[in-house]
Design a protein around this ligand. Structure first.
Ligand code: UDP
Length: 467
């Protein structure tokens, strides 16, 4: 908890600049913005962190008794919530529909919240940092004459694709609904690698959501007019994409850590750390599909069999809602594998501690951007199993550009077979060049956020600008 107490600051609460931070209501968006908030606290800021009521309740329910919590932190960060306006819970699962509901329902309550002088002992909010997908919060800030900061939590490459929508429309790569006219690889600039347009984020959110998601992303582009734009990346890995977005400041990697509570939607099962302690160095395959990916029963069985087939110890995060409808049914004998200590399954892991554990050999990941950055930060070879949204583009960078991982291939039915998993895991673990590059990446990622590193300098400049 001490690490969260602002250092080098003798300002009293009443003289501290006051930031309001508002993430998109999803795990992968809350976590990096919470980390950014904690960094601001260390630089002497007050932060009011605004979640939707739905998310706030889940965060509180997932809190672990006895663990340091942001709320304990001498009042430097205050968690508040406003309703998301969603009458039908299932709408929260459709990005475009949900975003449009929030766009309609949340600006009023947010404005009232900002104007409520009781929020922080009459300490006026001096800056609003909003997820780009909550761009309307920046419009509220503009109306109230408050500094606006847009925060992009995913890769700069994905951001550059979204920011290039006007050019993609003009060059007739896509039509006005975001659908492809051209299927040839796209070069957003001379220095950007060629991208398959089928990876565009709005084309990977489920067919029924594509058009609405595209139209919403077009609206999000307004946030590019903000006073400052931050992204969770670092220049060495995404230099060409970062260059394409005017004024963006990369400040990453922004990592989750054990002190970031409450920023987790499930309670972390720390028993897996004891299990990891009992495994040999660099032996364990860590498997996680992040917070949103769904598997069907056939895929779950292939995955479980594939892990058994490797003959290696594994730690698998199987969320309570991992399954596409039905409850998870594990193969016969799988319970015996776990009981024999060959594997460990948890509903939610303390991912940073897991990734930094010496017994971890590699990370089988769905390539969510946070997991990608965390994998790079810990220097792990990555086995990529991308599923939707920006994950295919992230996978492309991991495998083809940075060359720190391999990918599994899906069959025509969309299923990854157990033999494929086993073969690719073996190939990955034998590949010394990938391991060396992953170790180099670890050094580069860490250098960036250490004093004097590029991301550190950008963050320091940003702090000066909003102080
Ligand atoms: N995570 C975690 N414990 C788990 C699985 C995931 O703390 O058992 C965290 C992970 O460290 C990452 C976030 O959840 O910070 C998932 O974000 P990501 O962008 O990787 O994927 P998403 O959930 O958005 O698909």
């Amino acid at each position: 908890m001490n690490s969260l107490v602002p250092s080098g600051s003798t300002m009293s609460s009443s003289t501290k600049p006051h930031v309001l931070a508002i993430p998109f209501p999803a795990q992968g968006h809350i976590m990096p913005l919470m980390q950014l908030s904690h960094r601001l606290i260390r630089r002497g800021f007050l932060v009011t962190f605004v979640n939707t009521e739905h998310i706030h309740e889940r965060l509180m329910a997932a809190e672990q008794p006895g663990k340091p919590s942001s709320q304990d932190f001498a009042g430097e960060i205050k968690l508040v919530s406003i309703p998301d306006g969603c009458a039908n819970g299932s709408d929260r699962k459709k990005f475009g529909t949900f975003s449009n509901i929030m766009l309609k329902e949340m600006p009023g309550p947010l404005e009232n919240l900002i104007l409520d002088t009781n929020i922080r002992d009459a300490q006026k909010i001096t800056c609003v940092i909003a997820d780009v997908h909550m761009f309307w919060a920046l419009e509220v800030a503009e109306k109230l004459n408050i500094t606006r900061v847009a925060f992009w939590p995913a890769s700069a490459a994905t951001f550059s694709v979204v920011a290039s929508i006007p050019q993609l429309l003009e060059k007739r790569v896509i039509d006005s609904n975001g659908f492809l006219i051209e299927k040839r690889p796209v070069h957003l600039s001379d220095t950007m690698p060629a991208m398959d347009p089928a990876w565009f984020v709005w084309l990977n959110v489920g067919q029924e959501n594509e058009k609405e998601s595209f139209q919403f992303l077009l609206l999000c582009l307004q946030s590019i007019r903000s006073d400052h734009i931050l992204c969770n990346s670092f220049p060495e890995i995404e230099f060409p994409a970062i260059n394409l977005i005017k004024n963006v400041m990369p400040i990453g990697p922004l990592l989750s850590d054990m002190h970031l509570q409450p920023s987790k939607l499930w309670t972390e099962d720390t028993s897996c750390l004891d299990w990891l302690d009992r495994q040999p160095a660099r032996s364990v395959i860590y498997v996680s599909f992040g917070s949103l990916t769904l598997l069907n029963q056939r895929q779950l069985l292939e995955l479980a069999h594939g892990l058994e087939l490797t003959g290696r110890p594994f730690l698998w995060v199987s969320r309570p809602d991992l399954m596409d409808g039905s409850p998870a049914v594990y193969p016969d004998g799988f319970a015996g594998t776990l009981a024999a200590g060959r594997g460990c399954v948890v509903e939610w892991a303390p991912q940073q501690e897991v990734l930094s554990h010496p017994s971890i050999a590699c990370f089988l990941t769905h390539c969510g951007w946070n997991s990608t950055m965390e994998g790079l930060y810990h220097g792990l070879p990555l086995l990529c199993w991308s599923c939707f949204a920006d994950q295919h583009l992230n996978e492309y960078f991991i495998v083809e550009v940075w060359k720190v991982g391999l990918r599994v291939s899906k069959g025509k039915d969309g299923i990854v077979r157990k033999e494929e998993m086993k073969d690719m895991l073996e190939k990955l673990l034998k590949d010394e060049r990938i391991r060396m590059r992953a170790m180099e990446m670890k050094v580069r990622a860490r250098k960036n956020v250490m004093e004097g590193g590029d991301s550190w300098k950008n963050f320091t400049t940003f702090v000066d600008l909003i102080s």
